[in-house]
Design a protein around this ligand. Structure first.
Ligand SMILES: Nc1ncnc2c1ncn2[C@@H]1O[C@H](COP(=O)(O)OP(=O)(O)OP(=O)(O)O)[C@@H](O)[C@H]1O
Ligand SMILES: [Mg+2]
Length: 407
């Protein structure tokens, strides 16, 4: 398509001559004989270039030039001025003209100035577009880098935490082992003393206290052992639904007593997972007991099971499973008190608890986290104070048709 040029001059003859010269050179030409008409033509025709007379009756060329530039940066203007004043030339260039020609001019001069200006215009517009594109790409890239950095920091935090937990696990496993034996003798001797004293003996009360404390320490030691994962239980293909049901059955009186309604919902055809059923029961019991504690006035627990495919989120980055790997997702939602933002980062840390002495040791969720990790899964939590909490577990699904050889 030929480039479009608007010729503006109040003298009809000049318009005619200029139009002819430019048409012969292959351009499309439109024309105007006043400033206001020129503006109309610019708006209607969007010319690439305007050849603009400096002296016009209704507006000065400078005014028209400013208006054109205001309207469109991409309309380039070459000013045609009368003989003489260098100042005029300087002022039109400052106002945004691309070049100027001094009357009287010859044909070659006009063609050269038009051709040069259009060439520069093309180059400048291309450069501007490219710059814009680069800016957009940069913004895009910055955004992506930001997102990936966030993902990486999250993953790194988790890794650091896991490394710390692994050494803590070692230590607590050792401790649990060392505590068990003396604890057994305390329990044993307390029992012997209890048998030796009369029913009315006031020491009976002390011994009862000692024995219940021993029970409590024993429970902590059991959790420490689970957390340290010294005792690994055998993994088999299991059906999570029946594991969940077992945990629910064990806790059913607690639900009733605390006015808690449990809803269980699952997609059809949930694949099996390779896991220790005992450990999974521990996991669900810990989560369910926490939910009960979070709902002192009663409330609802919703458990959902579904099948899903792995995605590229940071959650899955750690084990870098193939994107198409299948997971079973178990979500456990309660309508309890919820968790403060600061606490959310700490709940999986061993011994972090908001419960008073007899209610919690703060080991429940750290055991849950360890067990899930040991099964190649992940656990996440979403919660806001006053809005309940949702724990989401993802475990790799057992591949359909995979052979399992019992160890
Ligand atoms: N469903 C929940 N709603 C609100 N807060 C929760 C929930 N689950 C856990 N928490 C918070 O996380 C903390 C840590 O939980 P965790 O199970 O590790 O320990 P605990 O319940 O305090 O003690 P333990 O489980 O050893 O008896 C809890 O003290 C509680 O503040
Ligand atoms: Mg707990």
């Amino acid at each position: 398509m030929p480039e479009k040029i608007l010729v503006v001059d109040d003298e009809q003859d000049i318009v005619k001559v200029l139009s002819k010269i430019l048409e012969l050179a292959g351009y499309e030409v439109i024309s105007a004989t006043s400033g206001s008409e020129a503006m109309q033509s610019v708006r209607a025709g969007n010319p690439h270039l305007v050849l603009l007379d400096y002296m016009m009756p209704d507006m000065t060329g400078l005014e028209v030039l400013k208006k054109i530039k205001e309207y469109s940066e991409e309309t380039y203007v070459v000013m045609v001025t009368g003989r003489g004043s260098e100042e005029v030339a300087a002022s039109v260039m400052k106002a945004g003209a691309s070049d100027y020609v001094i009357k009287p001019f010859v044909r070659e001069q006009i063609i050269k100035v038009v051709k040069d200006t259009l060439r520069i215009r093309g180059a400048e517009i291309t450069a501007r577009n490219l710059q814009q594109e680069v800016q957009e790409l940069n913004r895009d890239l910055e955004h992506k880098v930001e997102e990936r950095t966030k993902d990486l920091i999250e993953t790194q935090d988790k890794l650091i935490q896991q490394t710390n937990l692994a050494s803590l696990g070692e230590m607590s496993g050792g401790m649990a082992h060392e505590i068990r034996n003396p604890l057994n003798s305390i329990a044993l001797y307390s029992q012997i003393m209890m048998d030796e004293i009369t029913e009315e003996d006031p020491k009976r009360e002390y011994l009862t206290k000692i024995m219940s404390d021993v029970d409590r320490i024993n429970a902590i030691v059991t959790n420490l052992n689970l957390f340290s994962r010294r005792i690994r239980r055998e993994k088999r293909p299991i059906d999570l639904l029946s594991t969940i049901k077992t945990s629910l059955r064990t806790l059913s009186t607690q639900f009733m007593k605390n006015n808690i309604n449990v809803e269980l919902d699952m997609e059809p055809e949930i694949p099996e997972v390779l896991a220790s059923a005992e450990e999974m029961e521990e996991v669900f019991s810990h989560l369910l007991v926490n939910a009960v504690h979070a709902m002192p006035q009663g409330g609802d627990i919703a458990i959902r099971l579904r099948k899903m495919k792995g995605n590229s989120k940071a959650d899955f980055l750690r084990d870098a499973p193939p994107a198409q790997r299948e997971y079973v997702e178990i979500s456990l939602k309660d309508s309890g008190v919820g968790i403060e933002k600061d606490a959310l980062k700490k709940i999986f840390i061993p011994f972090y608890t908001t419960k008073s002495d007899w209610e919690g040791t703060g080991l429940g969720l750290s055991v849950v986290d360890r067990v899930i990790n040991d099964h190649g899964g992940i656990i996440n939590v979403e919660s806001e104070p006053g809005k309940g909490a949702t724990f989401i577990i993802r475990l790799p699904a057992l591949e359909s048709g995979a052979q399992f050889s019992a160890a």
